[in-house]
Design a binder for this molecule. Structure first.
Ligand code: UT7
Length: 324
């Protein structure tokens, strides 16, 4: 028998304000048609003035705890993936802990931009397998609307705000791919590509939050190649092939990247959870949001093989394979 990190609950929260593509036509040289056809995005949610990443995260965490039938005090560790924290410090995770009314366990953030949730999931898996925690809340939460340059049509139409959360719990497994829980992890980064996706501000450089800058085309090419590769590797590590995949739950950046990755993996689009049309790119929140929406839609069911994959600034990318 071996230990596995099994999903016990899932939930999400989206800010109330929905912004349709057409709203950008008033202030930018863009069209609903361009945004839809080039990205698949139709609308996104933006946080209200004063609404912060930790507030979105607390609501997603409460939904996941309710789904798991657990209280905050049942949780040993809270890991939040975010690149848009409320403050330079303390971590969003400790703010979530306080927001949930818990004083037990430990909490911290991880930062791997759009790949953040995959890295956080891998990290939480490590906490459980090493015996440091029995139940971990893993959250992806972002307010990317705060770092948009509203004059840059190449980026500001792409991103949205939101949060998603999973409760992982230690369970006994047989060590085979038939087990529920996280089956394999594959992570990568290559810091040489900093210039194609970055924020032009920060604590130790200019003391500002900065704005997101992206060479979309260059990132697109890396995404199409690297995402299918890492998903294949993770499946190999789990002892599974493309035919065993019930659901790909990809980072939701661009429908064309999602489609190309599924094609390269030989998985039909009917087995891909797609939410990009309604959420835009919510960075580290996009996968847990898609897991939560995919479960609520009745797509993802207990026992299904789920492949998550993501790439973002760094570059950092990776894949986690789990049986729901
Ligand atoms: O989540 C982190 C990872 N990020 C990603 O995965 C994003 C990856 N990149 C992409 O999704 C795509 O590259 C974009 C959606 C950002 C851009 O699509 P593209 O097909 O790569 O377009 P492009 O950047 O090559 O631009 C094509 C044209 C350009 O005009 P010219 O130079 O051909 O005259 C752009 O200026 O489209 C123009 N353009 C726009 N036109 C109308 C760029 N943004 C817009 C816009 N509306 N919003």
């Amino acid at each position: 028998m071996i230990k596995r990190a099994v999903v016990r609950g899932v939930g999400h929260y989206l800010p109330e304000r929905v912004v349709e593509n057409a709203e950008f036509e008033a202030s930018l040289d863009t069209t609903d048609e361009w945004i839809r056809t080039r990205t698949g995005i139709e609308r996104r949610h933006f946080a209200a003035e004063g609404e912060t990443t930790s507030q979105l995260a607390v609501k997603a965490a409460q939904a996941a705890l309710a789904d798991a039938g657990l209280a905050a005090t049942d949780i040993d560790a809270i890991v939040v993936a975010t690149s848009t924290p409320d403050f330079t410090f303390p971590s969003v995770a400790t703010m979530v802990q306080a927001g949930l009314g818990s004083t037990t366990g430990f909490a911290y953030d991880v930062q791997a931009v759009c790949a953040g949730f995959v890295f956080a999931l891998a990290n939480a898996n490590g906490l459980i397998l090493s015996g440091q925690a029995t139940r971990v809340l893993v959250i992806g939460a972002e307010t990317f609307s705060r770092i948009m340059d509203w004059t840059d049509r190449g980026t500001c139409v792409l991103f949205g705000d939101g949060a998603g959360a999973l409760v992982l719990e230690a369970a006994e497994g047989s060590g085979t791919a038939g087990d529920r829980g996280i089956l394999s992890v594959d992570l990568h980064s290559d810091g040489r590509y900093r210039e194609i996706l970055y924020v032009d501000g920060g604590v130790s450089s200019n003391g500002q939050a900065g704005h997101l800058r992206m060479q979309g085309n260059a990132v697109f090419k890396h995404a199409v190649q690297k995402l299918a590769e890492t998903a294949h590797t993770a499946l190999d590590k789990a002892g599974l092939d493309g035919g065993a995949v019930d659901w790909i739950v990809p980072h939701q950046a661009n429908l064309r990247i999602i489609t190309a990755t599924a094609e390269r993996m030989n998985v039909p689009m009917e087995r891909v959870v797609v939410t990009v049309q309604d959420h835009g790119n919510t960075s580290a929140a996009s996968i847990p949001l898609a897991l939560s929406v995919g479960t609520a839609r009745g797509q993802i069911k207990q026992g299904d093989v789920v492949v998550t994959e993501a790439i973002g600034g760094g570059l950092a990318w990776g894949s986690v394979v789990l049986r729901w």
